[in-house]
Design a protein around this ligand. Sequence first.
Ligand SMILES: C[S@@+](CC[C@H](N)C(=O)[O-])C[C@H]1O[C@@H](n2cnc3c(N)ncnc32)[C@H](O)[C@@H]1O
Ligand code: SF4
Length: 533
Amino acid sequence: MAERRKIANARSLRRQSPDAERRLWRFLRNRQLGGYRFRRQVPLGRYVADFACMEAKVVVELNGGQHVERAAEDAARTQYLTRGGFQVLRFWNDDALLRTEEVLEQILRTLRDTSPHPDPLPQAGEGDSTPATPRRAMDREPPQPVWLPPLALYVHIPWCVKKCPYCDFNSHGLRAAMPEREYVAALLADLDADRKDFGAALDGREIISVFFGGGTPSLFAPESIATILDGARTRLPFARDYEVTLETNPGTVEHGRFDGYLAAGVNRVSFGVQSFADDKLHALGRIHSAAEAEAAVKLAQAAGYTNINLDLMYALPRQTLDGALADIRHAIALAPTHISHYQLTLEPGTPFAKRPPPLPDDDAAWDMQEACQAELAAAGYAQYEVSAYAQPGRRCRHNLNYWQFGDYLGIGAGAHGKVSDAHAVRRRWKTRSPIAYLQATGSPRRIGGDETVAREQLPFEFMLNALRLNDGIGMGAFTAYTGLPATAIAAPLREARARGWLQDDPTRLQPTALGRRFLNDLIEVFLPESPHA
Ligand SMILES: C[S@@+](CC[C@H](N)C(=O)[O-])C[C@H]1O[C@@H](n2cnc3c(N)ncnc32)[C@H](O)[C@@H]1O
Ligand code: SF4
């Protein structure tokens, strides 16, 4: 009798409130539920869930009476989902309508209590990282806990005013006008072709970050950057709080450009400052002075950018420890949110490698790194990667995604991409020459290479990135993003721990201070030909 009443009740409720689902969806969509994202009407194996948060494996169902009538079917469904690791929350339709706040509170509580991810790496709310997307193989039986990493977009602009003698990036000094308009069209054609080629591997995945790198992207007019960003947005779904970084050479900044980039959607600017000492800038062949770099940063701040990175290099020709510290102090005084601090390296094939300038030796370079790191820490910039320092919540999402073995599409001459699907990790890179790239606009000839990463290579590739991070990465991310079992790295892990290079925590892959000092040796342990791998 009671059951019948329940069914009748539920049916009448459904008639009265056919929009319960829509209304709950509006709430779920508009809430930042601990940084988690809900999707509506999600196919999970043989069922369609009303709402699901794939990152936390939570399913929300509304009970409009059908569950009362089909109790047995429903029990099987719940069993199926829980076997796949999902938690099922069930509410009555009137709960969703009348007590939405309570319903949301309960969902939030469940999310808080749930281990959200194979790794605590998407520090939800911190804004530093992004939850993963489940791999699409959800229609297997039972659903497999297989996850795809977040997806970003890299856009390469291959021209500079003048090539710097230390730089081996795919950048070309300008001798004539840039074919800017043609290049913008080629980038979007490249994106179209990549979307088609990667097909289902991109389905349902949002772009968490866009990075305009170079070369010198700030040579492009704001209108071109806007065309590229708008074009990308119409081709791929973007996450709500996506980051867009534009690399800028301080010698290329014209008044008013920053407003234009901001209007185009750029919300982070990265300046290649290198040093605040004019003699060092001269020795590096830079096209700007220290005063111009400072003025450019202030111009961006005045335009309203609240997320700014400065690139500095140390161990410069004839640089002293005091000189390196003075550069860092000057950078800190400008109050950027992020500082990248790179040791100048002699890259093969560059003029500096052919005729090396007098550089500080390794010990002096190490002292500079340590002293600058302490200075940065005292000023509130925590080191989180070998060369990266950030104020709280200001880590570079784009680079974090690389280091956390995330996925990214790479468009533009020489750009690299990495895309995973349920079965493999695929790398693709574009032809390096800007002219050849333009001539191949949108055609398969724009591709310089494309390969599936061999399974035995995956541990090394994963570690090469993840162990650069001071916090390392959760063990779960290794199994989730490589598709390999933890046993695949049991031997090298033992070796690295025995040498004191990795923390003794079975749930994390985190270098010790010693491991960070001998990072190359640590990573080498994971090479497939290493005796330990
Ligand atoms: C693509 S550039 C950045 C933007 C712009 N092209 C510029 O230089 O102003 C990226 C950064 O890499 C760093 N870099 C380039 N070559 C380097 C080298 N040989 N050793 C260390 N850092 C290097 C520089 O700090 C540079 O700012
Ligand atoms: S401006 Fe930047 S990308 Fe261009 S050559 Fe110099 S360091 Fe390399």
